[in-house]
Design a protein around this ligand. Structure first.
Ligand SMILES: *[C@@H]1O[C@H](CO)[C@@H](O)[C@H](O)[C@H]1NC(C)=O
Ligand SMILES: *[C@@H]1O[C@H](CO)[C@@H](O)[C@H](O)[C@H]1NC(C)=O
Ligand SMILES: *[C@@H]1O[C@H](CO)[C@@H](O)[C@H](O)[C@H]1NC(C)=O
Ligand SMILES: *[C@@H]1O[C@H](CO)[C@@H](O)[C@H](O)[C@H]1NC(C)=O
Length: 395
């Protein structure tokens, strides 16, 4: 394209210079200069535009209409990411001792730390040479602020190590509450958590340029002290570069994560808003079933829970997968509506999946209804059938 523009410019210029008498030549030259200036402007515009688009180009599916004609505006109100000194971080974690280690993720070990100013942080650490690209990505990610997202505060690159510093979310991941034996998360709590997580994702998708989470999973939905959902690790996959191979790993942990990747990601590595929606569907399935989606289905040991769900034809099969620990805390209608939404998110065809903002609206509607129905019931008007009863009688 650039070559083409140049060759047109050259031809026009030569034409002007050779074919006209001297009197007109001056006027012609001025015209040609103006033309060249215009072409330069166009060229600059094209390059500028491409640079801006490149952030999401990795995940851009050219057949996805939402990526076309996207705004090229850049956010000038970016909050400055803090550049930490390694000494500060070592002090905060008592020199990255085992005791401060709270997990290991895609980026590396995660340590809990207490900064001198009293702020609790989660510090991710991996070996890596310093790079400007790393700083640029951190600047972009830390400019994102939302009540349902974990904030990236800053970074550090020293001693051939890269650090990401996040705010610390006190009450752990949804996984750590969902899969423990004494789990007492009621249906309404689970709905509220799913709404928070959905809002976090919807916000990422509403940004310009939009951000695809790319690693949404139950373990990345954290809850704060008020049980408000906070989505962690948005865009962290962008730090991993091209060698982040999206194939099933050998460890069981990687396999469990793999279940969140949509068919088009598993096959072509094609991330999009709709692959986040798919991952959200898997999360909803885990919330309702209280089980990891990679576990075998209730009726067949060769199928995962997700595969079983995708092939479900008859809603009378559903009680087999509902978390028993929910007891009678839900209405059959509410659970059915969540399952219908889950199935839409899990559609193998990405364009058939709803958007995250639709998912937010739908979940809010379901929760409102659930609250009003179960409240009426609490006042002694038996207007609804409890889920557990309904499913029994329909067998
Ligand atoms: C503690 O750290 C040592 C190395 O410093 C490591 O070998 C050991 O596995 C760690 N222990 C735990 C519980 O992580
Ligand atoms: C720098 O990294 C090396 C290992 O790569 C480590 O042994 C050393 O303690 C680090 N230096 C500081 C100041 O932490
Ligand atoms: C975390 O959640 C548990 C309930 O699972 C609650 O009892 C506890 O107080 C919470 N912890 C904090 C730090 O808020
Ligand atoms: C995907 O969505 C389409 C349109 O809503 C529907 O006809 C189809 O059955 C869905 N596929 C699956 C596997 O649910």
């Amino acid at each position: 394209m650039v070559d083409k523009v140049w060759s047109i410019a050259e031809k026009l210029f030569c034409l002007q210079m050779s074919a006209v008498p001297p009197a007109a030549a001056i006027g012609g030259a001025v015209g040609a200069l103006a033309l060249i200036a215009l072409l330069f402007f166009l060229l600059w515009f094209c390059i500028f535009r491409r640079k801006n688009a490149s952030r999401t180009s990795e995940s851009t599916d050219s057949s996805d209409p939402s990526t076309q004609g996207r705004s090229v505006a850049i956010d000038l109100s970016m909050r400055e990411a803090r550049s930490f000194k390694m000494e500060e971080l070592a002090q905060a974690t008592k020199s990255f001792t085992n005791k401060s280690l709270i997990g290991t993720g895609k980026f590396g070990d995660v340590h809990k730390g207490l900064l001198q100013d009293g702020v609790l942080v989660a510090i991710k650490k991996r070996p890596g040479l310093p790079s400007q690209e790393f700083v640029n990505e951190v600047r972009y990610l830390s400019s994102i602020n939302h009540r349902n997202l974990v904030t990236l505060l800053g970074y550090c690159q020293e001693n051939n190590t890269q650090f990401l510093v996040y705010e610390y979310v006190p009450n752990g991941s949804v996984s750590s509450h969902l899969y423990v034996p004494g789990n007492r998360l009621e249906f309404r709590n689970r709905l509220a958590i799913s709404i928070g997580a959905a809002k976090g994702l919807a916000h990422l998708h509403s940004l310009s340029p939009r951000l695809i989470h790319k690693d949404f999973k139950t373990a990345n939905v954290l809850v704060d002290e008020n049980f408000i959902a906070r989505v962690a690790d948005a865009g962290v996959r962008n730090f991993l570069g091209r060698d982040d191979v999206v194939v099933a790993g050998t460890s069981s942990r990687l396999d469990a994560d793999h279940i969140f990747l949509s068919p088009e990601v598993q096959e072509f590595g094609r991330f999009s808003e709709k692959s986040d929606v798919y991952a959200f569907g898997v999360f909803l399935l885990e919330l309702v079933s209280g089980r990891e989606a990679s576990e075998p289905s209730p009726s067949s040991s060769t199928q995962t829970l997700v595969e079983w769900m995708q092939n479900i034809r008859d809603y009378t099969d559903i009680p087999a997968m509902i978390d028993e620990r929910l007891g009678g805390t839900y209405t059959a209608e509410g659970v059915e509506e969540v399952i219908t939404l889950t199935l839409r998110c899990l559609n193998v065809s990405s364009e058939k999946r709803p958007t995250m903002s639709y998912v937010v609206t739908e979940l809010e509607r379901i929760l409102d209804k659930e609250v009003s129905l179960t409240t009426v019931m609490g006042e002694g008007t038996p207007t609804v059938t409890l889920g557990s009863q309904l499913f029994k009688s329909s067998n």
